[in-house]
Design a binder for this molecule. Structure first.
Ligand code: SF4
Length: 495
């Protein structure tokens, strides 16, 4: 199933990519464009860039992909030495220009812009603190900008260091998932929340510094990877260099484990490990955990490729392509009905009958959320003559919604939260199914002791979810932990 922007809604969707650069003498707006281009997979709804020339901060943002929001003419007009950029997928707030980022505020003679990856869970408390009325805030990120503006208005703000000072006062009050890039006329600041749910890294240029959600964005602008910004760390860059500050009391690293499974690009470095290699190891673990007699291993392209390679290597079963992905899926396809949605899958993937006919297939993918696309793929393979289809998923079942900045949909939309394993097998129409066990997944990252959030897999939320948000969790948590799921009928699960 495809959304308006051509992204599969059967996959979890990321909440944003952020980028920042301080580089006097370089075309910082163009560099931000390239950086955002490298982070496009993290959000496709809107894109924005803010630039400072030392005298003022200018923001340009628009709906759509980076390539449609900006052109040479716009970028050439954005001259300056510091820039930040944002590419958005909305998990709070509406999908509108008003909610697109970076957010801008001016306070007296100060100006700043802010871009946010993640989702806060205590917005109600924060809005009350800020005296903001319901409906006046477009998103949690807008609220943070407002809180910073309130601090900047204070007479105590130290001249020349106002923005870092204001951030030190606001950040400890935030709960949930957040990585920020923030700038004023003279500073570029990267912040990773105390759990570090969402990645952020630092890079070096000959004439400056870069911060970005993922390391490939550094490569794109010719920056050398320095290191990942630590959970709970604030990196302040100005024209004299960079310094590290610690605004949070007890950082407790909980990187989203799905950055390793699916979200991040395969060429990204997380916890010092290459993501592609980790994904291959997940496939190897899966082959060891759930072996099967079969003739060939094939991936669901492209998300399942590294794990399928690992599965084939560990099992000794030959690896071959069974599905071809159309690389030119546009962003304008809207699926108006169930029949059209099924056609949408065919538009995106087409079977290679020659490789499939009469074969016992191991089909490997990295995750299944709602199951609709997977079911359509299985039907496609069977009608192309597959003798057997054995599904292997290189992550555990999604059973809990994410509140920290990833869109899995609600619990009633999560296939594995509503069906038993037998029901899933029947619903998808496969001969067998296995999901990678959680401890094997964490081992396969190569950094098992580094700290991960696994809440959508085991219901163990590292940051408390306020009652106003978590009714679904509270109602169903006990049933699931005691074994057995609420039946599909009870949950009203619809395909
Ligand atoms: S709940 Fe799941 S998707 Fe959300 S941060 Fe945790 S592991 Fe990632």
């Amino acid at each position: 199933m495809l959304a308006e922007n051509g992204v599969e809604v059967n996959k979890p969707r990321e909440a944003c990519g952020v980028f920042g650069v301080l580089a006097p003498g370089s075309p910082v707006a163009h560099m931000s464009y390239l950086g955002l281009y490298a982070l496009q997979h993290r959000g496709q709804e809107s894109a924005g860039i803010a630039v400072s020339d030392g005298h003022s901060v200018t923001v340009v943002k628009d709906m759509g992909l980076v390539s449609s929001a900006f052109d040479d003419r716009i970028l050439a007009a954005l001259e300056g030495e510091i820039a930040i950029g944002h590419t958005r997928y909305s998990t709070t707030g509406s999908s509108s220009w008003r909610a697109s980022q970076p957010f801008y505020r001016d306070v007296g003679n100060l100006e700043f812009a802010l871009a946010h990856n993640g989702n806060l869970v205590n917005t109600e408390d924060l809005a009350n603190e800020a005296g903001m009325l319901e409906g006046t805030v477009t998103s949690d990120s807008d609220l943070v900008a407002e809180l910073i503006a309130i601090e900047l208005a204070s007479a105590e703000a130290p001249e020349g260091n106002e923005l870092p000072w204001a951030l030190e006062r606001v950040l400890p009050r935030l709960r949930g998932g957040f990585s920020f890039v923030v700038m004023d006329r003279d500073h570029l600041i990267g912040v990773r929340g105390p759990e570090g749910f969402w990645p952020l890294c630092l890079g070096r240029l000959d004439n400056g510094w870069v911060v970005a959600s993922e390391s490939p964005a550094l490569d794109t602008v010719g920056a050398h990877f320095v290191r990942e910004i630590d959970p709970g760390e604030m990196v302040v860059v100005d024209h004299s260099g960079w310094r590290s500050q610690q605004p949070f009391e007890n950082p407790d690293p909980k990187l989203c484990v799905f950055e390793f499974v699916y979200f991040s690009r395969p060429d990204t470095v997380l916890y010092g490990r290459n993501v592609h290699s980790s994904r291959q190891r997940m496939g190897e673990e899966l082959a060891d955990q759930a072996p099967v007699r079969a003739d060939l291993v094939m991936p669901v392209p492209e998300s399942g490729i590294p794990a399928a390679q690992g599965f084939a290597r560990a099992s000794g079963i030959p690896y071959r392509d069974g599905l071809v992905k159309n690389r030119y899926i546009g962003r304008t396809f809207i699926a108006p009905s169930q029949e059209m949605r099924a056609l949408g899958v065919k538009m995106k993937l087409n079977p290679i009958r020659h490789n499939i006919e009469g074969q016992r297939l191991v089909v490997v993918d990295d995750s299944v959320v709602r199951g609709t696309t997977t079911r359509a793929i299985v039907q496609m393979l069977k009608s192309s003559g597959a003798a057997e289809v054995h599904l292997r998923i290189s992550s555990p079942p999604y059973r809990w919604p994410c509140f920290y900045g990833m869109d899995t949909g609600t619990k009633s939309e999560l296939m594995a939260a509503n069906l038993t394993m037998e029901e899933i097998q029947e619903y998808l129409g496969v001969n067998s199914i296995a999901y990678l066990e959680l401890d094997r997944l964490v081992d396969a990252t190569g950094a098992p002791g580094a700290g991960f959030c696994t809440a959508c897999l085991d219901g163990d939320y590292p940051v408390e979810i306020p009652v106003s948000l978590n009714s679904e969790v509270v109602i169903t948590q006990k049933d699931e932990r005691d074994g057995g799921f609420v039946s599909a009928v009870q949950m009203g699960f619809q395909e």
